[in-house]
Design a protein around this ligand. Structure first.
Ligand SMILES: Cc1cc2nc3c(=O)[nH]c(=O)nc-3n(C[C@H](O)[C@H](O)[C@H](O)COP(=O)(O)OP(=O)(O)OC[C@H]3O[C@@H](n4cnc5c(N)ncnc54)[C@H](O)[C@@H]3O)c2cc1C
Length: 191
């Protein structure tokens, strides 16, 4: 695998609104501004594009089995699940459930004085806190140190040139025109 160069990614920082202390810590774990991509190895057993749920599990599993793994992420490690999907939605649902339970309290013989109101900014602040507390699990540092994975954080996504071999033919992923074009079609004859 070749790459455009080893560099700190801090020149193009990732933003997550609002940039409060929770989101700054989130970014420090999931796309650190001072991250320096490792020098690419000559060969990888596995190159994973995208550090969402699928990519993280695949990279960690392969790394633990001793494979030489590269993991490329253009935005935040953890992908949708950690950042906008599973984790934040469950934090919000938890708040909604509490509000609902209190509104139905009388049904269970509990008297709650006054009207139940929702402070949405506090709901969202808790969401950001929960997400940040979970983020070390998906951090670039953890994947590099604990699973031995080469983590490449690339703001503009996957740009590397990959060459692999399939049945003795040399395959060049850079020439792939669309995900629907099978890899086989860009494999050259034996060389
Ligand atoms: C609101 C919501 C709630 C959810 N709740 C649950 C739940 O409770 N339980 C559950 O199991 N699932 C839940 N999901 C689904 C879950 O989020 C997805 O199934 C999961 O995120 C899919 O993981 P993935 O790795 O396939 O893709 P993604 O999480 O989308 O990750 C893809 C990654 O690839 C990166 N990427 C893309 N292109 C490139 C490129 N060219 N170069 C480098 N990187 C690239 C992206 O930045 C991203 O980080 C929820 C989803 C949503 C939206």
């Amino acid at each position: 695998m070749t790459q455009t160069g080893t560099k700190p990614v801090g020149t193009e920082p990732v933003f997550v609104s609002p940039m409060d202390h929770y989101n700054r810590e989130l970014i420090a774990n999931l796309h650190p501004a001072d991250w320096v991509n490792p020098t690419p190895a000559q060969r990888y057993n596995l190159v994973v594009i995208g550090a969402g749920t699928a990519g993280l599990v695949t990279a960690a599993g392969a790394g633990l089995l001793g494979a030489k793994v590269a993991l490329v992420e253009k935005h935040l490690m953890g992908g949708d699940c950690t950042n906008v999907g599973c984790v934040p939605s469950k934090a919000m649902i938890r708040s909604a459930r509490v509000a609902g339970e209190i509104r139905r309290a009388k049904h269970y013989g509990i008297n709650v004085p006054g009207e139940v109101t929702v402070d949405f900014s506090t709901v969202m602040e808790r969401l950001r806190r929960v997400r940040t507390e979970i983020s070390p699990n998906d951090s670039a540092t953890r994947f590099q140190q604990e699973f031995g994975v080469d983590v490449f954080l690339e703001k503009h996504g996957f740009q590397a040139q990959i060459q692999s071999r399939w049945r003795g033919k040399r395959c060049d992923l850079r020439k792939r025109r669309s995900p629907l074009v099978p890899l086989l079609s860009i494999c050259r004859s034996k060389d």
